[in-house]
Ligand binder design. Sequence first.
Ligand code: TNX
Length: 507
Amino acid sequence: MTTPFRFEVLLACLLLAVAGIGCAHRPPVVAADGEAPRIVPLPQRVEPGAGELRFAREVALDAADAAPNAGRALRELLAGLGIALNDAAATHVRLQLTEDAALGGEGYRLAVADGIVLSARTDAGLFYAVQSLRQLLPAQAQPDYRLPHLAVVDVPSYPWRGVSLDVARSFLPMAYLERQIDRMALFKFNRLHLHLTDDQGWRIEIKRYPKLAEIGGASAVKGGRAGYYTQEQLRRLVAYAQARGVTIVPEVDMPGHVQAALASYNELACDGVRNLSPYDGVDVGFSVLCLDKPDVVYPFVRGVLEEVLAIFPSREIHIGGDEIKHPRYSDFVARTAAMVEAMGRTPIVWEEGSVADTSPGVLLQLWNDDYDIAPAVAKGHPLILSPCSYFYIDHGNYAGQPETYDWCRKEGVPLARIYGFDPAAFKSAVGVEGALWSEWVHADATVDNRLWPRLAAVAEVAWTPASRRDYAGFAQRMGALRPHLDALGIRYHPEPDLGWAGAGMHR
Ligand code: TNX
């Protein structure tokens, strides 16, 4: 643990002041209560001001019509805190679009002085300004409010800040996914990758192949939940996520991990295959689409992808490609990736797909720490980073946590470990993604426990450059956001590093 940065800087300032030199480096902002401002992920720049803004439960709001998502989020934030809108109120809150190239597509400014000004070039940037304000304000309504004067200028390091949820092994209800999107938005995530199909279940309605949902949707891993999403539900989810800056990235895992599909449509399996039953185990690598029957398999793949693409506007579409050995594997990946590209989208394939002859635009998702991805990077493939010893949060919050995997790392994947990851080691990285597989995670509360607070570390790794990060500062800021997580009903892991361990905590 390092000494909190604030103290060191204050001490340095004091010494310089005594020497009559003044202080060139300003400390990070110190809020009214003496704590660093609780913004996670840490912004690129926070300039402290001298005073504080106080207001009672009304403000005058001036919000740009051209920023509907940010405007809605800001109105919801204020309403949730019992702050009324009144044009005659003394305190003004302004949400404005500005031309400032340095802010890019997702950056923003947030200034608190006599009033509150949020500015950005885009609705997305303004939405993030609102999320920072949401963290600075209390989680519950108060009789009046105090905010330290400050000026934040913020831009993310990486454009891909993702979470992946495995809804195939064990299903998650639509209401949980909506809650998850709200929570992700608070930490400025912008991708929710849904692993929609696997051996244990097929979770998306495909109208041309109705048995995928009827039969494939009825199974789950032992102890897990079965179910499937209708196309209508998924369209609503896409819109819900879009309004919160989150793109839903669908994954249909092929050509392996397909037992649920084979059980639904037996002809997708090779003729000699005997095991065509639904599957509820945890072993992998045994099922495969019959790549010797291209006339059966590729029309199926095309039919499924056409419906998937019609539901999900995401530019990137995940086609799986993990954990299968087959002489025609490379050919399948190359052909399916080309199909997705011909449909105007960008395929994502798990790292193993790097052996296939695909265009360099295909995104690869790295998941084994020691996989030799360098040749693919040399070919120009962009990478989504999910190396398992940092980002597989189906592993324990601590060593030996019940109902967690430890195949990738015996000691689990604790918060501090995630925080220490530096994506800059991979030069073609577009960002990072935390992955929750659900072989052992079957209830909403267990999902919460695995995701939080670790996703906050994933968010900061994706947003804030390693040079600006320090774990002690993160622990202090994140520790202070506990009431916000409580207000969202999150049943988080009682992380000792954040001071959350102890009586009365969620387990
Ligand atoms: C590996 S990551 C898998 C998943 C498992 C996970 C469990 C990947 C591409 N394949 O099928 O659920 O490990 O940790």
